[in-house]
Write a protein that binds this ligand. Sequence first.
Ligand code: HEC
Length: 151
Amino acid sequence: MGIKKKIILGLAVILIGIQFFQPLRNQSEEVTEAHFEKVYAVPQNIKAILVRSCYDCHSNNTRYPWYGRIQPGAWYMADHIRKGKQELNFSEFGDYSQRRKRSKLRSIAGQIKDGEMPLSSYTLIHRDAIISENDRQVLTQWFEAMEDSNK
Ligand code: HEC
C-alpha cells in the first residue's frame, strides 16, 4: 500500500472511531420552576423567537438536528451549549440574583441589538434561527423594557 492510501485509511479509521465518543445530550422535557417563562409573562411572539433562535444553546433543552450525532460536529455543538449555558441559562433564570437578572436582561438586549446572537456559525446552518430586522427591534425593545421594570 502506498503512503497516500495508508494516510487516507488511517484518517477513515479515526473518523469512524470518534463516532463512538458521544457527548452527553442536553435534553430535558421538564419546564423548571426557575424557567424564564415561569418567572416573567413572556408574550407568545417573543417566546417563539427565543425557542427558535436561543434555547438550543441557552436552556436545558436543545433540539438536535439529524446530524447532531455526527462527530466531530457533536463536540463542537456540545462546547457551544456548555459555554452558552454558563453565560446564560433560560431554564435557570429564576435562580439568578436580582442583580444578575438585570445584568443578563441588559446583556441580552445588547447582544440582539448588535446582531451578535445567535452566533453566526449557528445561523450558517440553522437558517430558521436568523432574526429578521423586525423581530430584532421587537425583541430588543421588549428586553430593554424588562430591564427597566427590573430596576
Ligand atoms: C450556537 C449556540 C448559541 C446560540 C443559538 C445563541 N447563543 Fe448566546 N452565547 C453562546 C455562547 C457560546 C456564548 C458565550 C460567549 C461567546 O462565545 O460569545 C454566548 C453568550 C451570550 C450572551 C452573553 C452573556 C453575558 O452575560 O455576557 C448573551 C446575552 C447571549 N448569548 C444571548 C443570546 C440570545 C438572546 C440568543 C438568541 C437570540 C443566543 N444567545 C443564541 C452561544 C449561543
